[in-house]
Design a protein around this ligand. Sequence first.
Ligand code: ZN
Length: 489
Amino acid sequence: MSAYEDLMAYERVTQALGSVAGRTGWDQETMMPAGAAELRAEEMAALEEVLHARRCNPQIGDWIETAEAKDETAAANLRLIKRRYERTTKIPSELATAMARHTSMGQGVWAQARSDNDFASFAPVLTEMIRLKREEAACLSEDGDAYDALLEDYEPGMTGVELAAMFDRMRPRLVALREKVLGAGAPIALDHAFDEPAQMALTQELSQAFGYDLNIGRIDKAVHPFSSGSGTDVRITTRTSARDPFNSIYSTIHEVGHACYEQAVDHAHLLTPVGSGVSMGVHESQSRIYENQLGRSRAFTGWLFGKMRDQFGDFGVADEDAFYRVVNSVSSGYIRTEADEVHYNLHVMLRFDLERQLIAGDLEVADLEEAWNARFEADFGVAVDKPANGVLQDVHWSFGLFGYFPTYSLGNVYAGCLYQSLREAVPDLDAQLAKGETSTATGWLRDNLQRFGGLREPRETIIHACGFEPTEAPLLDYLDQKFGALYGV
Ligand code: ZN
């Protein structure tokens, strides 16, 4: 066998073990009996140990040296394996162990601090986490920018400087839009109790409407919605809330977007690096375009209104137009995960600026809560009432996920670009969505983006699909147009 074939045979086993680890993680959130937690922790740690040893195996370095790529797919696999191998081996094992230990401890402290509304009790843990992340960044890139080194884990090729410039262009337009919209009327909410088994039935129907293949997927309930797996076993979870059916509806459509991406990658790439979604940003572009540009459109919500009436009877909303306004109600809430399309990216920018300053050493943890609150009030016009609604709301920093937040907005920006090209390619898109028919739209995404998986770098993946260099302009134009029309501003 050639060096490339040897490398790929080895990689296939590593990927299969990684896939088992992922499935075990899914089980822990859905099916596992509560009393199994300790055993499960040991099982997962054992799997991680095996995976880590395989990923650091110096033999990989030798194979990479001599392997030859005979086509585009092989070149992409080699590039991805090389990147991961270099990143893994640059981090000393003592540092990796210290991070793992600090992360699992940190999450518990964060959860307690959030429920106590006490940032001071989390501050020392966060300070140590930032120290470890800076050390990690220094190992990864001796003289480069520390934040960029961390960002590379989630969005290869993207830089903090580029993101900052993009956010600087986005922020004034979004702040202006939110002010106009909020000035035009109070937010509208549902006031009804929605049967939870009926909500689950509706999530099944919606997942089918968006082309999720239940022969190679399944839907279960979990505390937090997520999608897990790739290729021929991609599962999602959802949750229900009696007073808020949009929670299950839109988190399902969102996760279906992630899951359809993973299901659609050419199955010839199964268990290879090319065989899954290319980056967090591109992944989020799929979940967001399913959820927002398609799922919250006037056309699709018209169809959804009928389905809601079928499941729940009269729920106090008169007609399709009123329903569209309820789905797209805008309000300046504290919580990122509950934010509407107008506010969402403002939440992300706040976190991006603060975490970049933290990693650069320009902001001390002791000053973080105050910096958060000041920025929130400036952008949202409301004072933060308690840390659980402010600086302690997200789990990410306790996990050591620095550089992750901006990929959420990048996903929205990419979704904006893709939607513009999709509309040109499918002129009667609205007529189709009005019938609950998404297959032309999702088929376009599958053919132009999803099936390629990691074949191209993230930015090139988007350029290949939409035919132009991605910018924030299509997203901002879409938001101005949609919410301008909706609120008459
Ligand atoms: Zn997502």
